[in-house]
Write a protein of this length. Structure first.
Length: 301
């Protein structure tokens, strides 16, 4: 059941960077659902990667490749806007050329986008995971929230089009970036009357728990209870159902397992943005969860 709130909506414009793959329907479904819930416009963007054509192609062949890619871009963006308009959602589309992540971030700034919904790829090989370089660069640089939706690999079935958010997992470590992610997650939860599952993981790689006095372990777990209870209070203030949990283990493994256990529809996590004097930081736990999660992951700087 959707729960409408009488206040300014957090999202007015949703961007879907898209391609022409069959798996893109998974991403489109989540963007359309959020657009419907928030009364937001959905924008579709396709970027013709100027570095994708072999450099040794003759000019006429290069022009032919470029024209073909532009055509695919038009078809891909029309696919998004058609879905949006079928739901009565305002839509816009554009095809650009350049470096994909740069053009996506430029579009976000140019059109005051409030949230980006884009695809990631899951497991490859025996136990390896990968995250598309474009998605990773957008995640680490975007000043707006990003929802990463796992795209099916070749041969995997495309997920059903129906999308809902009934249970949202909110990992926390008590930090400001975790709280910002929680605020965004709670706003989405209000739209769907969703249950919030706040979780804290005590990392045994940080503390040698077997050799650590019980009093120290108790303090760590108490800190976890305090952090999850802070999220719980925020949820209760909005009239939402909430549960809390404190777990021990490798954070990414525990969070993925917890999301599966509670049958989560969305995981909301904070990112650290840019480190002073260095490149952008996604955070190792967040990166691992985004790469491996079978449910969408909302990241907030």
């Amino acid at each position: 059941m959707r729960f409408r709130v009488e206040r300014n909506d957090m999202f007015d414009t949703i961007l879907v960077p898209t391609d022409d793959s069959a798996g893109a329907d998974a991403t489109i479904g989540h963007a359309i659902e959020l657009g419907d819930a928030y009364g937001a416009a959905v924008h579709a963007l396709y970027v013709v990667d100027t570095g994708s054509a072999p450099i040794d192609l003759p000019d006429d062949e290069r022009a032919s490749v470029h024209e073909r890619l532009e055509g695919r871009g038009r078809e891909a963006t029309i696919r998004v806007t058609d879905h949006a308009e079928e739901r009565g959602i305002d839509a816009a589309r554009e095809v650009r050329e350049g470096v994909p992540y740069h053009e996506i971030l430029s579009y976000v700034a140019d059109t005051d986008v409030d949230i980006v919904v884009m695809g990631t790829h899951g497991r490859t090989g025996a136990d390896r995971v990968r995250l598309g370089s474009t998605t990773e660069r957008v995640l680490t640089r975007a000043d707006v929230p990003v929802v990463s939706v796992r795209l099916p690999e070749d041969g995997e079935p495309t997920p059903a089009a129906a999308v809902s958010y009934d249970r949202i997992v909110v990992p926390t470590d008590g930090s400001d970036h975790a709280e910002r992610a929680a605020e965004t997650a709670l706003d989405i939860a209000e739209k769907y009357d969703a249950e919030i599952c706040a979780v804290y993981v005590v990392d045994p790689t940080t503390y040698d728990l077997e050799d650590t006095p019980r009093s120290i372990i108790g303090l760590l777990e108490e800190g976890g209870r305090n952090a999850t209870e802070a999220i719980a209070e925020m949820a209760r203030d909005r009239g939402l159902d909430v549960r809390t949990d404190v777990r021990r283990g490798l954070p990414a493994e525990e969070l993925l397992g917890y999301a599966s256990t509670v049958d989560a529809d969305l995981v909301a996590m904070g990112t650290r943005g840019r480190a002073a004097g260095s490149g952008p930081l996604l955070g190792s736990t967040t990166a691992r969860v985004v790469r491996r999660s079978t449910v969408p992951v909302l990241t907030v700087r």
